[in-house]
Design a protein around this ligand. Structure first.
Ligand SMILES: Cc1ncc(COP(=O)(O)O)c(C=O)c1O
Length: 406
């Protein structure tokens, strides 16, 4: 087998959530799967297109789409960026529709780098970046970030980490797992650093609609972005349709042309029906307003979870500024569990799983700087999050938990 792939560990959070799915008594706070349904306009388009029409025996949705993506979807994506961010993106040459942002990230790494090239990753960061990098024989170079600095990536640290084989820097904003949002000025400095040193910057912006009281700027909109930046984005979170597997990549035409080849070799394109339906919804301003309501609720849910977790001994330096996750230190519990040889985060996560039947992800799954932390997702329905809090309270603060239960 491929030795780089064989040496790479499986996706940790997916392992946990797949195991948890088999145990219905466990409350799953591991995955970032929004509890709302996809927009009704999207579901109606699917229903309309698939309604039996004997006069149309070979409906388009039964056929392969254009390998770059259905033209109406690429047009809708370009139209959306123009409207939301004033960006002028050519749907013919600069957009590729992918199987979720996950494929867009994989394609970017595969297309822009050779084996042995270095890719700079924030520590901690979304847990697909490192296995994608290492399974392709590329070298991950971690740049630590700190809670005290709001987990912001320091351009000077990126500069120090860059070497002759650096080809790519991956930035995720709003960020999983930390909830950080990279400010315009900082993102601009990171784009400038990448441009100066001749590497690309991949901005994973799957949580773009979920920036709370903070501005989300696609790095492409910043000076020098056109040549340097690749965007990975997705319908998963914005439309609550993680299972439909639909995302996109935006990049310079030469990169997209190469990524299209790899995408063809692996997939031959994305499901036509799903693309047609998503195009209708993305072009509808009513849907955009609904997404803003989801974001508002999500923000409130995050703040409530933070308030509920603090008395249980979990601490976040600041409220989350984006995304669906709380990345919390668990010092008090870790001290109580005192895992002499092992990871404090693992001990805490396994205690919560065994004693409270609540699943969370240990921080080191996102990189070594995540040691001491666990990640809670608050994308689950409010009653599930509330029940999880009550269960944790019952084992961490028995008296208070008993009152909460009653
Ligand atoms: C930061 C980040 N990027 C990418 C993805 C993958 O998204 P998709 O479902 O579009 O593949 C996720 C999923 O949780 C994520 O958190």
């Amino acid at each position: 087998v491929n030795t780089s792939l064989a040496a790479t560990r499986p996706h940790r959070s997916k392992q946990i959530s797949d195991a948890v799915a088999a145990a219905p008594d466990i409350l799953d706070l591991t995955v970032g799967e929004p509890s709302y349904r996809p927009p009704v306009q999207l579901l109606e388009t699917v229903a309309e297109l698939t309604a039996e029409r004997p006069e149309e025996p070979s409906a388009r949705y039964n056929r392969y789409a254009h390998v770059r993506g259905a033209s109406e979807l690429r047009d809708a994506i370009a139209g959306w960026y123009a409207c939301a961010h004033g960006l002028d993106i050519d749907p013919e040459s600069e957009i590729l529709v992918t199987h979720g942002a996950a494929e867009a990230i994989w394609l970017t790494v595969f297309t822009l780098t050779d084996p042995g090239d270095e890719i700079i990753l924030p520590d901690p960061c979304y847990m697909l970046y490192e296995p994608i990098t290492s399974s392709l024989g590329r070298i991950p170079v971690r740049v630590p970030t700190r809670a005290e600095d709001g987990f912001a990536l320091d351009p000077a640290a990126v500069e120090r980490a860059a070497g002759p084989r650096t080809r790519l820097l991956i930035v995720n904003s709003p960020a999983n797992p930390t909830g950080a949002v990279t400010e315009r000025a900082l993102l601009g400095a990171l784009v400038a650093t990448a441009a100066e040193h001749g590497f690309h910057l991949l901005h994973d912006e799957v949580f773009d609609c979920f920036a709370y009281g903070a501005e989300h700027v696609p790095a492409l909109a910043l000076p020098g972005g056109g040549e340097t930046v690749v965007l990975a984005n997705s319908f998963s979170k914005r439309f609550g349709m993680t299972g439909w597997r639909l995302g996109w990549l935006v990049g310079p035409p030469a990169l997209v042309a190469e990524a299209v080849k790899a995408h063809t070799f692996v997939t031959l394109g994305v499901a036509t029906l799903i693309q047609q339906a998503a195009a209708t919804a993305l072009a509808d301003p009513q849907v955009e307003r609904e997404v803003a309501v989801h974001a508002k609720r999500m923000r409130a849910r995050g703040l409530r979870l933070l308030a509920d977790l603090s008395p249980l001994g979990f601490s976040c330096p600041a409220p989350p500024r984006g995304g669906f996750y709380l990345f919390a230190r668990a010092d008090e519990l870790a001290e109580r569990l005192d895992p002499r040889d092992g990871s404090r985060s693992e001990a805490v996560a396994s205690f919560l799983l065994q004693e409270a039947r609540v699943a969370v992800v240990p921080g080191p799954a996102f990189g070594p700087a995540g040691e001491g932390y666990v990640r809670f997702s608050y994308a689950a329905p409010q009653h599930v999050v509330d029940l999880a809090v009550r269960r944790m309270a019952a084992v961490l603060r028995p008296a208070r938990g008993a009152r909460a239960r009653g």
